[in-house]
Write a protein that binds this ligand. Structure first.
Ligand SMILES: Nc1ncnc2c1ncn2[C@@H]1O[C@H](COP(=O)(O)OP(=O)(O)O)[C@@H](O)[C@H]1O
Ligand SMILES: [Mg+2]
Length: 243
């Protein structure tokens, strides 16, 4: 997915290398969790992977396509067809109801209403469908944002801390949904999280530090958040490899 990706931000007189040569391979149908401290580049990596941000070096490849080589219109079409993104800040449209927010990226497609009903049901937001985002709780907005990302049935779902506003029961049921999308529909899932209880649902964990992928390890199949926490702490404590 990402090959030696570099992304710089200018902050006043300073240049921050938010991504400093990240390599991340994600196989089709795989479920990956990206972990790392705040500011380590996780959100920047997801936005880059979704083709939403210009990168300063390297390549983003999705389904064999180099996103950097595509023209804007083609990229927009490709993104709409293949990639679902759940933003950390949800980015819902304030003037639209929950259900219209969810419909938006899939307007005019076959079976939309049935998919909408299924997602409202599955995410437990049926009773909230007619409300605008400002009348919804943070957790409800998050679930609307997830439904909006899934309504196009993307091959790859990128989700930035998708359980950050959810209580632990709702969070675990979302993880279960992601796991099923992966196991039953062969969708590729990339989730940013710092919760071991979320990351343990993934097949593999990739750890970022200062814009570099410093470690990766397999989970044990979703049963032991403590073991995962130990692996994660070990990765963070490891010496920075010599440049
Ligand atoms: N739009 C931006 N403008 C300037 N700096 C940014 C911007 N977005 C992110 N950064 C910087 O890039 C680094 C990585 O940020 P981010 O990807 O949001 O980290 P994370 O999601 O892991 O918390 C941080 O140092 C952050 O300050
Ligand atoms: Mg972030």
């Amino acid at each position: 997915m990402a090959e030696k990706v570099v992304k710089c931000f200018h902050q006043g007189p300073n240049v921050v290398r938010a991504l400093d040569g990240v390599d991340l391979r994600v196989d089709p149908g795989e479920f990956i969790a990206i972990m790392g401290a705040s500011g380590s580049g996780k959100s920047t990596l997801l936005h880059a992977a979704a083709g939403l941000t210009h990168i300063d070096g390297g390549h983003i490849r999705v389904d064999g396509q180099d996103l950097g080589a595509m023209k804007d219109a083609a990229l927009t079409r490709f993104r709409r067809r293949h990639i679902g993104l759940v933003f950390q800040a949800f980015n819902l449209i304030p003037t639209l109801s929950a259900e219209d927010n969810i419909r938006l990226p899939a307007m005019g497609t076959d079976g939309l209403e049935a998919r909408l009903e299924g997602l409202l049901d599955r995410l437990g937001i049926k009773e909230r469908r007619a409300h605008r985002p400002d009348a919804l709780s943070g957790g409800e907005q998050q679930r609307v944002a997830i439904a909006r990302a899934l309504v196009t049935e993307p091959d790859i779902l990128l989700a930035d801390e998708p359980t950050g506003s959810l209580d632990s029961v709702t969070g675990q049921s979302l993880c279960q949904l992601l796991r099923e999308l992966c196991d039953e529909q062969s969708r590729t899932i990339v989730v940013v999280t710092h919760e071991p209880a979320v990351a343990m649902w993934a097949d593999r964990v990739v750890v970022l530090r200062d814009g570099v992928d410093i470690a990766r390890f397999a989970t044990d199949g979703g049963h032991d958040p403590q073991a995962l926490t130990r692996d994660y702490q070990k990765a963070l404590a490891a010496e920075r490899p010599a440049a």
